[in-house]
Design a protein around this ligand. Structure first.
Ligand code: C2O
Ligand code: CU
Length: 459
């Protein structure tokens, strides 16, 4: 496998990253169509060579689906892959039947021509994403991911509102995707790649106007890589985490850390010197640095005045957990290399456990980790007893991050995916929602596939 490349940034006039916005169909304002099929795209370098991927509507990532808060989203899906699939709407508080979990909330959408209609209301504004929930590691690793942007009723005024979908690929010298399914990846950090793309492109010049205000909706659609984005001399403000508003603030250490599955919305004002670079670095691996996007300034300012300080965006109608009355639960993460992984587990293809239990992909045999009552508040202490990072995701709910290693967090975030560092304890709280079995799993998809998944049963 080739070593990670440090791609030279393309200088000069580059095309804007094309947002493939799917037009709404006539007569049905919020109906979208996703055709899932193999495709060939130039991943490693613009202009070729082509890499065989799996795509939504022919491209990677899939189209940015844009809708409005309060609207009903309808998506017709057609599966032309050689394998069954589903679509999971990551972070959206969907009804249980629309959650896209095979064998649990729906039957898989059959290979070679299967169809499925998803239709649900959008209670929250924000940045969400969609991806398969069957053979997740391979399916997402082959490119299946796209951003879902739900506009607020009163959107924040910006000059441009852009989704930046980050994908990490393991590509061979022949520009093919390396084989999937190694147990070594599953028992360590997951499938880390050697090419990072932003909206499907490995390196790009991105033209901006001086004084332009951008809203960047970062989506980590990689199966394993935890990014830390740096914007060099630019000073971005974080305005939302996993879609939900937070008081605008500068990211700690000027780095935006983004675990698999997570999203961060940023305001970036194009001030300062032209030619600012947005770089991604691997959070935790100093050898990995990757110049990703070169913001090329048009010095002619977009307007006379500077944009005013951004005001906080309106909160989503999330149920606030009652911390006084919340019932405590524990979610203990164990296993993995240099940890509790035993020979016996490895023999079964299992590398990880949650509270001593583990489930395979496919969700036939998911273990119930806890039974919760709809409407009640819960505090869950996530204890990472492993040597690895785990972005823990709960379906159908949004939770508050309360403490890390017992210390209250400075700025409580709403999230659907919490990044838990090795040996760290993270406490979250939420109100149990619609009755049903809701998946909780690690969003390092190779970990999920090797046992790190279970259910919260809401009765
Ligand atoms: Cu984004 Cu259960 O997944
Ligand atoms: Cu994990």
């Amino acid at each position: 496998m080739p070593a990670p490349t440090r791609r030279a940034l393309l200088a000069g006039a580059g095309a804007l990253a094309a947002m493939r916005v799917l037009p709404a169909r006539a007569g049905s304002p919020a109906a979208h169509r996703l055709v899932i099929a193999p495709a060939e795209v130039p991943l490693v370098a613009p202009g070729g060579p082509d890499t065989a991927v799996w795509s939504y509507n022919g491209g990677v990532p899939g189209p940015v689906i844009r809708a409005r808060q309060g609207e009903r989203l309808q998506v017709e899906v057609e599966n032309h892959l050689p394998v069954d699939t589903t679509v999971h709407w990551h972070g959206v508080r969907v009804p249980h039947a629309m959650d896209g979990v095979p064998h649990l909330t729906q039957a898989p959408i059959p290979a070679r021509g299967g169809r499925h209609l998803y239709a649900f209301d959008l209670p929250d504004a924000g940045t969400f994403w969609y991806h398969p929930h069957l053979l997740s590691g391979e399916a997402v690793g082959r490119g299946l991911a796209g951003a879902l942007v739900v506009e607020a009723r009163e959107p924040l005024q910006v000059d441009r509102d852009l989704a930046w979908v980050l994908q990490d690929w393991r590509v061979t010298r022949e520009a093919a995707l390396a084989p999937f399914g190694g147990f070594h990846d599953a028992a360590h950090a997951g499938r880390l790649g050697n090419v990072v793309t932003l909206n499907g492109s490995a390196a790009e010049a991105f033209a901006v106007r001086s004084r332009e205000r951008l809203r960047l909706r970062l989506v980590n659609a990689s199966s394993a890589r935890v990014y830390a984005l740096e914007f060099r001399e630019l000073a971005p403000l974080v305005i939302a985490t996993d879609g939900h508003p937070i008081e605008p603030h500068a990211p700690e250490g000027r780095r935006v850390v983004l675990g698999p599955g997570q999203r961060t919305d940023l305001i970036v004002d194009c001030l300062g010197d032209p030619g600012a670079v947005a770089a991604v670095v691997d959070h935790g691996d100093p050898r990995f640095a990757y110049g990703l996007v070169n913001l090329v300034y048009d010095p002619d300012p977009i307007r006379e005045e500077y944009a005013p300080a951004p005001t906080p965006i309106a909160p989503n109608p999330l149920p606030a957990p009652d911390l006084g009355a919340a019932e405590p639960l524990v979610l203990r993460l164990e296993g993995g290399a240099m940890g509790g992984l035993t020979r016996e587990m490895a023999g079964r293809g299992v590398a990880w456990t949650l509270n001593g239990l583990s489930a395979h992909e496919g969700h036939h045999d998911h273990a119930v980790l806890a039974t919760l009552r709809s409407g009640r508040s819960y505090r869950v202490e996530i204890i990472n007893d492993t040597a690895w990072r785990h972005p823990m995701h709960l379906h159908g709910h949004v939770f508050r991050v309360l403490t890390r290693n017992g210390v209250p967090v400075a700025r409580p975030e709403w999230r659907d995916t919490a990044l838990v560092e090795p040996r760290e304890r993270v406490e979250i709280a939420f109100v149990a929602g619609e009755p049903g079995d809701w998946v909780v799993h690690c969003h390092v998809l190779e970990h999920q596939g090797a046992g790190m998944a279970g259910l919260f049963r809401i009765a």
